[in-house]
Design a binder for this molecule. Structure first.
Ligand code: IVH
Length: 690
């Protein structure tokens, strides 16, 4: 189908607006429009591209959402090797550098470009005729890996360069990194999913950049800063100074750090070093030093290279954020799933401005590998917002022969036996809900916002309820009276009454929340929703076997076995029954005459944010008419309902030729008015959102 001119124009306009938004957001950190407006533009472009696949262009911003996995990365030979920098760890070495430069140039004082040394991963970006063509990692300097698909997902990297002076061939070098705020968020998400935490932003960025599935890279929200120009042909790149080249890159809309300065002589360099050092913690990106480069490019040529590093530049490193302290004890913490974690209690020490009193030791193997023992002097490190860690033991300071650490054979909280996971490194308490630590965590999970959502049932209250033996299982919560609650510390009559009311209110819930609230291992919120939608009733869910569980989209053997294992425990089944008896309830679809409903047998997938309906509301509408909501797009999907910020699901739907609806299309369909589907109307302005 040819693309009508008005649509082609609208698509071009949307791409321009979105790239402009990206630039303001990522490069200037100064967005002009609210996120919701950006999301609407993006959704409109995606839906137009889905309807008119001929209009899809390689440089469309919708391609930033990532592509299906690849099996490996191709090798890329760098046209000009990507070199490293010599390091200076003290002022004297910087002084010697400046002296050598002055002597070689026969100059009294030299002008330098001083920049942050980003602690990320070096990449090379190649643009041909202004179009981003290929991106590669540094690798060993001579050859790297082709990570183009991953780099494309980074909003800060321009996909198309515009303007008169754009070279026919341009290679831009710079660093990919994860901003500290996104790192903190990523680790929160990892923690919520029970997955391993990243030690620092650099590791997280490296992992993201080397993902075979670029959709994962897209979700990590990487950043990029340009710091050098490589190969260039044509165009109007300035040839006089490095700083002029950086300004030129900035006007081409590459992110270039605003922390760079042009300074004179050794004094200028050291002043810059101290200034950035003072503000290091406040920067939103991790740095491990600053870089000084002779600013004049002809002078750089004169100085040239020795071995693998330039003579015209040096990296001035900051001391790592490490200190020595003493291990005063090793405590064991018990988590919700019973996992035992050894934690080093430390003599309080100030590391880079923050007092550190404890550091996780992860697991028994880790403690033995580092050979940490009580009484040892250890090196502790803290980088940025990262959880403090014990780097190593100073063996020379060990006094006597303290005992080697081993996990206790019984749980410190409940004395149940501790078992090591088969083939794993984790030790777990086998006490289940007998263990107060697991009980506390299970209750907090049960009451949490996305589970039964019991307002007012937080740490302090749960701690006391478990400590005073008032609550053993989540079902006991429902028999707590106002008087009992008012007897807790710091609980006034009014708040006790409020808590009773919110406990009562929480009884009316949904099957999905209920399943999630049980805290079955490997069953997160999304899986709980899928299970609820698929089985419709609790009894069915509890009675099915392995195969039926695995028929649910996204449920594999691990999740299925966790569910079966959970219900194989009689006390878990008893808790479920007690919760039902206490009055916890929801609407089930079982027994409903779904055969006669208009959408029976049709599968819908929801993606992105709809303008007025929440996900839950859209799902409820669909399910009320007999339709099913699945979490991933496949050939069995009948409709994809796409809103703002829709991602790979929309692309997949377009590839499979599945009907795509926006919110109003969905509502029309559900109301039996499906003409909209047959002949999609072009709506040049996004759905207004009052
Ligand atoms: S210039 C020929 N500038 O440091 C010199 N490098 O040890 C090329 N780096 O792999 C590098 N920030 O990833 C330069 N402002 C900056 C930098 C920087 C970080 C990294 C780069 C390189 C390593 C060199």
């Amino acid at each position: 189908m040819p693309v009508p001119q008005e649509i082609a124009d609208r698509i071009a306009r949307l791409r321009q607006l979105i790239e402009h938004d990206n630039y303001l957001y990522y490069s200037l950190d100064a967005p002009e429009v609210p996120d919701a407006e950006y999301d609407r533009r993006f959704a409109e472009l995606q839906s137009l591209e889905a309807r008119y696949p001929e209009a899809i262009a390689e440089d469309s911003p919708t391609h930033r959402v990532g592509a299906p996995p690849v099996s490996g990365f191709a090798e890329v030979t760098h046209a000009v090797p990507m070199l490293s920098l010599n390091n200076a760890f003290d002022d004297a070495t910087v002084g010697a550098f400046d002296r050598r430069v002055r002597e070689a140039l026969n100059a009294g004082q030299v002008r330098y470009s001083a920049e942050p040394k980003f602690d990320g991963l070096a990449v090379s970006l190649t643009y041909r005729d202004g179009l981003f063509e290929r991106g590669a990692t540094r690798g060993d300097g001579a050859t790297g890996e082709d990570v183009t698909a991953n780099l494309r997902t980074i909003g800060a990297i321009p996909l198309r360069l515009r303007g008169a002076g754009v070279p026919t061939l341009l290679e831009v070098r710079g660093e990919v990194l994860l901003l500290k705020r996104n790192f903190a968020r990523l680790n929160e998400e990892q923690l919520a999913r029970g997955e391993k935490l990243f030690a620092n932003p650099r590791n997280a960025a490296a992992g993201a950049l080397r993902q075979l599935d670029s959709r994962i890279t897209a979700a990590r929200r990487l950043a990029f800063f340009a710091y050098a120009v490589g190969v260039v042909e044509g165009g109007d790149l300035p040839r006089d100074t490095h700083s002029a080249q950086m300004n030129w890159l900035a006007q081409l809309r590459f992110p270039v750090s605003t922390e760079r300065r042009v300074v004179d002589g050794l004094e200028g360099l050291l002043g810059y070093y101290r200034d950035i050092g003072r503000r290091r913690d406040a920067l939103d990106f991790a740095i491990d030093g600053v870089v000084y480069k002779v600013d004049a490019l002809p002078a750089q040529e004169v100085l040239g290279f020795v071995a693998r590093a330039p003579r015209f530049a040096v990296a001035h490193k900051y001391p790592p954020e490490e200190e020595l302290t003493e291990v005063v004890g090793i405590d064991i913490q018990v988590g919700r799933t019973g996992a035992l974690t050894p934690v080093a209690r430390l003599r309080p020490v100030n590391v880079g401005g923050v007092t550190v009193t404890n550091a996780t030791l992860h697991n028994e193997d880790e403690v033995r590998r580092k050979d940490v023992r009580v009484g040892d002097t250890v090196v502790v490190r803290r980088a940025g917002d990262v959880i403090p860690e014990v780097v190593s033991v100073v063996l020379a300071r060990r006094v006597g022969e303290p005992p080697v650490f081993s996990m206790p054979a019984t749980c410190p909280e409940c004395s149940s036996a501790v078992a090591r996971e088969e083939g794993g490194v984790i030790h777990r308490c086998t006490g289940g809900l007998v263990c107060p630590a697991q009980r506390r965590e299970a209750l907090l999970h049960f009451a949490s916002r996305r589970a039964l959502d019991i307002e007012g049932l937080g740490d302090k209250v749960v701690e006391q309820l478990v400590g005073r033996d008032l609550v053993h299982t989540p079902a006991d919560i429902f028999s707590l009276g106002a008087e009992t609650l008012a007897g807790l510390d710091r609980m006034a009559d009014k708040s006790a009454a409020n808590l009773v009311a919110s406990i009562e209110a929480s009884k009316a819930t949904t099957l999905a929340r209920f399943i999630f609230s049980l805290g079955i291992r490997n069953v997160g919120e999304a899986t709980a929703r899928d299970l609820a939608a698929h089985f419709g009733s609790l009894d069915r869910f509890m009675s099915v076997g392995l195969d039926q569980l695995q028929a649910v989209p996204d449920v594999g053997p691990i999740v299925a076995l966790s569910i079966l294992g959970f219900f194989a425990e009689p006390h878990n089944v008893a808790v479920v029954r007690a919760l039902r008896d206490a009055g916890v309830n929801w609407a089930e679809h079982e027994g409903r005459k779904i055969e006669v409903l208009p959408q029976t047998g049709r599968t819908f997938v929801l993606t992105g944010t709809l303008p007025t309906l929440t996900r839950d509301q859209a799902r409820a509408h669909i399910e009320a008419l007999g339709g099913k909501v699945a979490s991933s797009v496949s050939s069995k999907t009948d409709y994809v309902v796409a809103g703002a910020d829709a991602g790979s699901k929309l692309e997949k739907a377009a590839q499979l030729g599945i009907a795509i609806l926006d919110e109003s299309g969905l509502l029309d369909l559900l109301q039996g008015n499906s003409e909209t589907l047959a002949e999609p109307d072009f709506n040049p302005s996004p759905t207004p959102n009052p």
